[in-house]
Each structure stands twice: as structure tokens, then as C-alpha cells.
Unconditional design. Structure first.
Length: 267
């Protein structure tokens, strides 16, 4: 892993959110890369349930202050950062008062999905890449996991297709059990079309479920990781028919070494 640069974009990571297979891997895999001589950056949303004081988050003024356009509306981007205790790992938090302040991962306390989840995903995808541009940091691999990061492969391949920092970057996406079911709120298709991404690249987003958005991530990733047996059948079907490199993990897998080996795949 020496000198390999990997950007982790996740919906969750410990210790900022509760332990889960996804949030644990979002910590364990970057730690492995760092320990073996690589370089990492980790990005997650700054959900309202993350305690800023306890985790010592602070705003990075030089990175904040830009507006991101989502469906022809300027939305301020705030970047916060924290260091994981006892580790050489920094986590960057994508924040915006409308999309994240006082809010959870994807639903109200009563279980009702947020009506603007599709806009939150667009904002998060663009916010991460715009911040990486400001950092002037060119990753060899972008590793995506979690529902809110599922538009990153699409945006990297088309919205940011002429970005020099990403010219040689490959996108790997991990898939887990879907955290929720049902349609995404709002008109995701038209909001992505507004960003100039052609319809041919997202036919499955015209009336999308979460499975549709995850399947779109499969289509535009260079490598695919099926992180457990609970990945939805719809996503597996698209993955198996894609002819792309696939890492399929099981309970018996040596997860850390399997990831390291996969990162050296010729995508």
C-alpha cells in the first residue's frame, strides 16, 4: 500500500456514529491503508446526531464558504474536520444547515424518509469532490460506501470527467444491505439532468428506489465490493452482469488483506 492514496467516502464511520458493519469498515480499512504506508482522507456527512463538542469538530474556514448549486439553488457548503483519537486519521464532514443540521441519516424519528434525500445525496457527492479539489489531493482510488454516497461514481465519471485531479482515479464501491426501502423523494432525474449529465447515463433514476440508485453506482464504478450476503438481489444482478472486477466477502473472509489485494487490481 506504500504511497497509494485512497479517498474514502462513506455514509457512516466510527467513532462518530454507532457501530455497524459499514461504519466499522469505514474505520478499519483506512487504518489498514495508513498502517501499511498509504495515505487516506475520509469524508462523511455532518448529521445532526454527531456531537461536535464531544468529538472536537471544528470548521475549516479555508475550505468552507463556497456555494453548491442543487437544482438551480445555491446551497452553502461548510467543511468541518476532526482527528480520530490515537490514530493518524482525519475525517472531513460535509455540512449544510438545510440538509444535515438536526437531522439523522435518512429518516425522521418516526421512520418517515426525508423528502429531500435525493438532494442530500447530490450535495454530498459534489461537496466531497469540490473539497478534494481545494485540498489539491489526487487520489488513486475513491472508495465509496453507503446510500448517501451512491451518486459519487456517476458524478465522478461525468460531472467531473474533465477534472485533472481525477484523471487517473478509479472508483470502487462497496455494497451492503440497503438501509431503507421505497422511492427516493423528489425528482432525482431532473435534478441530475440540471447538472448537465446526460439521460443515457441514468435511465434507472427516472423514478428511483434506493436499489435503482445503488445499481447506478454499480454501472459507473470501476470495481465492486459485495460486502456481505445481504446485498439486495437487484444490485447483485447488475454487478454480476457488469463484467467488472468484483470482491465478494463472506464471514470467513480476511477482510483487510482482501481489500488490500483488491486495491491492486487492474481496473
Amino acid at each position: 500500500m506504500k504511497d497509494k492514496k485512497i479517498l474514502y467516502i462513506s455514509s457512516e464511520v466510527v467513532p462518530y456514529l454507532p457501530h455497524s458493519e459499514l461504519s466499522n469498515l469505514a474505520f478499519d480499512i483506512p487504518k489498514m491503508v495508513n498502517d501499511r504506508g498509504g495515505q487516506t482522507r475520509i469524508f462523511i456527512p455532518k448529521y445532526g446526531l454527531i456531537n461536535e463538542r464531544r468529538h472536537q469538530l471544528h470548521e475549516v474556514i479555508r475550505l468552507s464558504g463556497m456555494n453548491l448549486v442543487v437544482n438551480d439553488i445555491d446551497m452553502p457548503l461548510i467543511i468541518k474536520v476532526a482527528s480520530i483519537p490515537k490514530e493518524r486519521m482525519q475525517v472531513y464532514f460535509i455540512d449544510n444547515e438545510d440538509y444535515f443540521k438536526g437531522r439523522g441519516l435518512y429518516a425522521e424519528e418516526n421512520g418517515k424518509l426525508y423528502s429531500d434525500n435525493e438532494e442530500r445525496a447530490i450535495f454530498f457527492a459534489k461537496g466531497v469532490i469540490e473539497t478534494v479539489k481545494k485540498l489539491n489531493w489526487s487520489p488513486d482510488i475513491i472508495h465509496v460506501q453507503g446510500w448517501i454516497a451512491a451518486l459519487v461514481p456517476l458524478y465522478c465519471k461525468f460531472y467531473y470527467k474533465d477534472e485533472p485531479l481525477l484523471a487517473n482515479t478509479k472508483v470502487v464501491t462497496s455494497f451492503f444491505a440497503p438501509p431503507f426501502e421505497g422511492k427516493l423523494g423528489g425528482d432525482l432525474f431532473s435534478k441530475i439532468t440540471f447538472d448537465g449529465i446526460e439521460a443515457d447515463h441514468m435511465e434507472n433514476l427516472k423514478n428511483p428506489t434506493l436499489d435503482d440508485m445503488l445499481s447506478n453506482a454499480v454501472e459507473h464504478s470501476d470495481g465492486i465490493i459485495l460486502a456481505n450476503s445481504d446485498v439486495s438481489d437487484a444490485v447483485k444482478k447488475v454487478a454480476y452482469s457488469s463484467a467488472k472486477p468484483i470482491l465478494e466477502l463472506s464471514k470467513e473472509s480476511d477482510v483487510l488483506n482482501a481489500h488490500e489485494t483488491f486495491y491492486h487490481t487492474e481496473f
